[in-house]
Structures are given as structure tokens and as C-alpha cells.
Design a protein. Structure first.
Length: 175
């Protein structure tokens, strides 16, 4: 009887050990799937927030014009207009900062962060961006400040003249 109890106990221990191993494998698979889901949600949220900013900027003639003129010549705007653009840019850069940290943690795909970095490179030489960064730099975290400072110091050009002065449509007086 005692040997039978020992055999049952041994079998129970083996079954318990197998169950633990299977549970650990299951938890590992679930963890991997959860990580992928978190990364996908983070990417979608980041892209949606930035896309929303660009869509609003592109579909709102006043905002688009203010942004364009601020980038080229911030002194050409009155103080209220400069404030409006600076606040809008600050909101965008808070998203940039958040994506920077998420990318550093491995939660955000590095390709998305590279795309965001290229957007910053595209405006880095514009007088409006230089003013924005001078005025708002200290409001961001030190690591992000360094990241943007490195972008400002790079020799890479991406804007391809996007922010060059634009001539409006010809009026009948111009002819």
C-alpha cells in the first residue's frame, strides 16, 4: 500500500511538473502576443496623433498659412500669431518626445521614430523652428533636448525647399 501511495505521489509530481512547464510556455506565448499588441497599439496611436496634427494643419487655411509664414519668417507675424504656431508646434513636439521615449524603450517601432526624426530634420534650418526650439527647448526632457539638438546640428537636408518663400496667385494688377 505504501509503495502504491509513493507511485501515485511520484506520478502526481510528474504531472504537476509537466503542467507547470506547459503553463510557462503558455504564459511566454501570451506575453509575446501581448507585447506585439502593445507595440501595434502604440504605433497606431502615435501615427494617428501626428496624422491628426498634419491633417488639421493642411486642411485649415489659417493654420497652414500661419505655420508656413512662421517657419519662413517668424518676425513677420504678430505676437498672437506666433503664439498660436508655437503652441501648436509644442503639442506636436510633445508627441515627438513621447514617441522618442517609446522608441528608446522598444515599445515603438524604430522605423516610425526614424520617420518622425526626418520630419524634424525637414524643418531644422527654418528660422521659425530655430525660434520655437530656442523658446521651448527647456520644457522638454534632457534626453529629448539632446536628440533635437543633434538633429539641429546634422548636415542632413530633407525639406527640399518645401518652406521656401511662396508666391501667391497672380492678381490682375501683376499683369
Amino acid at each position: 500500500m505504501e509503495k502504491r501511495i509513493q507511485k501515485i505521489s511520484l506520478i502526481t509530481d510528474i504531472v504537476g511538473a509537466v503542467a507547470i512547464v506547459i503553463s510557462l510556455i503558455f504564459v511566454g506565448v501570451q506575453f509575446t502576443e501581448n507585447t506585439k499588441a502593445t507595440q501595434s497599439a502604440t504605433a497606431a496611436s502615435t501615427v494617428a496623433t501626428i496624422s491628426s496634427w498634419y491633417t488639421e494643419m493642411g486642411n485649415n487655411q489659417q493654420s497652414s498659412s500661419l505655420f508656413w509664414n512662421f517657419m519662413a519668417n517668424p518676425d513677420g507675424l504678430n505676437s498672437e500669431e506666433r503664439f498660436q504656431v508655437i503652441i501648436s508646434l509644442h503639442g506636436l513636439f510633445l508627441t515627438f518626445q513621447n514617441s522618442f521615449y517609446l522608441s528608446e524603450q522598444g515599445t515603438l517601432d524604430s522605423r516610425i521614430q526614424e520617420s518622425i526624426t526626418k520630419a524634424a530634420i525637414g524643418v531644422k534650418d527654418q528660422p521659425g523652428f530655430r525660434l520655437f526650439w530656442k523658446l521651448r527647448r527647456e520644457l522638454f526632457f534632457p534626453e529629448f533636448q539632446k536628440h533635437i539638438d543633434d538633429i539641429v546640428d546634422t548636415n542632413i537636408e530633407i525639406s527640399e525647399g518645401m518652406y521656401q518663400s511662396v508666391k501667391g496667385p497672380k492678381s490682375t494688377d501683376d499683369e
